[in-house]
Design a protein. Sequence first.
Length: 185
Amino acid sequence: MMLLQAQEGPAVARTPLASFAAMRVAVVPAQLWHADTIGWSRDAEWRVLRTQLDSAIAQTLRDGGLGTNWAYAGDVARAARRNPLYAKDPGTIGVGRWRIELPKPGDDFSALVADNLRSVSALGDTRHALIPVELRGIGELAQLRVVLVDTRTRTVVWATDLRTLAGPTMLSTLAQQLAALIIEP
């Protein structure tokens, strides 16, 4: 008979972003795409993937109970189109450096990203923005890098990479993994 021992150290929350479920958060459109030279991603079309990913995230978060409290990628893009003199394209906010290295909570982000998120925050009446930084094909895997930022303090709140096997349900699986970080079961 094997005995299990309790591990010492701080417990990791199952839903580390649960406190944001009650807040108003803007989810910007997915930003970047990196196709692998092998595997599923070499023939994928970014425009289509981006729309499907943004829709999967919005639908999963709505179905999870966030409803209209959050501003989703489609809402953010519509608000920017209605205010072209004020808002920049929310699909290109300048997060390229986060492709290379996953930012850490508390990290400051560039003035370029802050400037581009200023109108997103103002139009959506939000303080925080959830940024799907990059969808990446890695062989037979799909990876989504996601960063949550505080637009007022210009700091990273949370960042993670979500992974799943590529296939017809990969985008909804990534969206469900993201929702599991936010929405209490």
